[in-house]
Design a protein around this ligand. Structure first.
Ligand SMILES: [Zn+2]
Ligand SMILES: [Zn+2]
Length: 257
């Protein structure tokens, strides 16, 4: 695995291990580029803090810890600092303005909920109703059109549903729109290793037919998930089966505020 841009830290309250352990493991597994992308702190109105993200007050320490490690390890591995963020239309600009002063390098889009998590949250990773895939696809495509995200994490999150005509139509539309923007789709190793509803074969069959670019993402919440060789081997079988083209790395950029 040449690059992994999807790595969490303990600050999100559901990941374990130190940044140094993740970095050391990545080096041991031959990874050349390691991106940290913890769940972004989200400055909601009223001071609401989500339990699955770092708190807004922790961002400075996240940046300074990773900056120091990036310099310390510069001759051994290329480290990048980013965030995994949702696209919430109502609060997106507010998020970008909050992040602007910090020297982060990229955002990946990980849309865990449609709508947003404080007004009327619908979590897409669990069992969802048949109308959710279309809602998800529209929100994700609108977000990616902003140009603020370097790739789409676990694009097939809302797959624990009846996957009939509507599901397939929504996901094919999503794949075509993302391809037109030349944005890679992430093949998510966390879902694969844990046997979740994603990665979903129906989705990746469509992506293979559409011809989407794929980037592997460890979505590491623990050290053993960093470039795990068993997971990589299974992922490569999926890529071969659906004729998917994997890219080694992505071009990083920051949103323009
Ligand atoms: Zn997480
Ligand atoms: Zn993640």
């Amino acid at each position: 695995m040449y690059a992994n841009y999807h790595t969490h830290t303990y600050r999100c309250n559901h990941a374990r291990g130190s940044e140094r352990e993740y970095i050391e493991r990545a080096i041991a597994q031959g990874v050349c580029v390691l991106g940290f992308s913890d769940h972004v702190p989200y400055p909601f109105p009223g001071g609401h803090e989500s339990h699955f993200r770092m708190k807004c007050a922790e961002i400075g320490e996240y940046m300074s810890t990773l900056q120091a490690l990036k310099e310390e390890y510069a001759d051994r591995i290329e480290i990048h600092i980013g965030f995994e963020a949702e696209y919430y239309p109502l609060y997106h600009q507010r998020l970008l303005e909050f992040l602007e002063p910090y020297p982060y390098e990229y955002l990946i889009l990980g849309q865990h909920m449609v709508g947003n998590e404080i007004d009327a949250p619908v979590y897409c990773g669990g069992k969802v109703s048949a109308d959710i895939p279309w809602q998800y696809a529209r929100q994700v495509v609108e977000g990616l059109r902003k140009g603020d995200f370097v790739y789409l994490a676990h694009p097939d999150l809302p797959s624990n549903t009846e996957r009939g005509e509507e599901y397939r139509a929504a996901m094919e539309w999503l794949c075509r729109e993302v391809k037109a923007m030349d944005i890679p789709l992430e093949f998510n190793f966390l879902g694969l290793a844990e046997g979740r509803a994603y990665p979903c074969r129906d989705f990746w069959e469509i992506a293979g037919r559409v011809g989407n670019k794929v980037i592997f993402g460890c979505d590491a919440h623990d050290v053993d998930a960093v470039a795990n060789p068993d997971t990589i081997a299974i992922a490569e079988q999926w890529m071969a089966q659906y004729g998917l083209q994997v890219v080694d790395r992505v071009i990083l950029h920051r949103p323009t505020v």
